[in-house]
Design a protein around this ligand. Structure first.
Ligand SMILES: [Zn+2]
Length: 227
C-alpha cells in the first residue's frame, strides 16, 4: 500500500493528512481545542465532559464494590499518534498493514477528540486480564449510563482488533456530533455483509472503493463523504 509521508526534523514519519484517504476503520478526527481539555494526572488529558462523566463512573464502580479502572491514555495529538504508530510499525516490527489493525493513522484516532480513554485495572486488581475482570463486566452493563461505550468489540466492523481497554464518551451533544458517522456505520452495516466488510476492513485508501461504495451503499458513501 502507499502512503504519502515525509520525515520531519525529529526523524518522525509524518503522514499526509490532507489527502482523502479516509479508511473506514479510521475515520478522520480533529485535534480537540486545548481549552476544552482538563488534565487528570500523569499528563493525561481528557475533554472536560468525558472527564466529569468518568469520575462519576469511577465513583459508581467503587460504590458497587468493583475495582474502579484507571485511565492510562486520554487525549493524543497528531504528533503523539504518529510516534505511537511508528513505535508499532518499526520498533515492534508489525509493518504498516498489521499496525493499522491496532493503531489509527495520525489524524484518524478517537483519542484526538479527548473523548476516548484507554483503561487498565488498578495495581491491586491487575493480576487478571481486564477482559475477564469484574470491572470489565461492570462496564459492559453500566458504562452506557455514563455515556461510555466500547469502540472495538470482538469482530467489530472496523477491522480493528478487540480492544477491551478502549472506551469512548458519547454522552454529550459535542461528542455525538463528532462520532455521528461512526454511529451511522454501526447502525447500517450488517456485519454479515461480506462485500461491505471487505471494503471496510481493507486498509487501502477509501477513494479506491468510491465507485463501488457509491453504487452499492449510497447512504454510507454519503455519510463518509461528509464526515
Ligand atoms: Zn485507545
Amino acid at each position: 500500500m502507499s502512503h504519502s509521508c515525509v520525515i520531519d526534523s525529529e526523524g518522525l514519519e509524518q503522514f499526509d493528512l490532507s489527502d482523502s484517504s479516509i479508511r473506514f476503520g479510521h475515520l478522520r478526527y480533529q485535534e480537540m481545542a486545548t481549552e476544552n481539555l482538563v488534565c487528570l494526572n500523569d499528563d493525561i488529558w481528557l475533554h472536560k465532559h468525558a472527564a466529569y462523566a468518568f469520575l462519576g463512573m469511577s465513583n459508581a464502580m467503587h460504590r458497587d464494590g468493583v475495582a474502579p479502572v484507571i485511565i492510562r491514555n486520554g487525549y493524543r495529538s497528531y504528533k503523539r499518534q504518529a510516534r505511537t504508530f511508528e513505535y508499532y510499525r518499526v520498533k515492534k516490527e508489525l509493518g504498516t498493514v498489521k499496525t493499522l489493525t491496532r493503531v489509527a493513522l495520525p489524524g484518524h484516532s478517537e483519542h484526538h477528540t479527548g473523548f476516548a480513554v484507554d483503561i487498565r485495572l488498578p495495581k491491586q486488581a491487575a493480576n487478571g486480564r481486564l477482559s475477564r475482570s469484574d470491572s470489565y463486566k461492570w462496564l459492559k452493563s453500566h458504562a452506557h449510563k455514563y455515556g461510555f461505550s466500547e469502540s472495538y468489540k470482538k469482530n467489530n466492523i472496523f477491522g480493528v482488533i478487540f480492544e477491551p481497554w478502549h472506551w469512548c464518551f458519547n454522552g454529550c451533544a459535542e461528542s455525538r456530533a463528532l462520532f455521528s458517522t461512526r454511529s451511522l456505520l454501526l447502525k447500517n452495516i450488517d456485519p454479515s455483509n461480506k462485500t461491505l466488510l471487505d471494503i471496510i476492513c481493507s486498509n487501502e485508501p477509501m477513494k479506491d472503493y468510491a465507485d463501488e461504495l457509491f453504487q452499492k451503499f449510497p447512504k454510507i458513501y454519503s455519510a463518509l463523504l461528509t464526515h
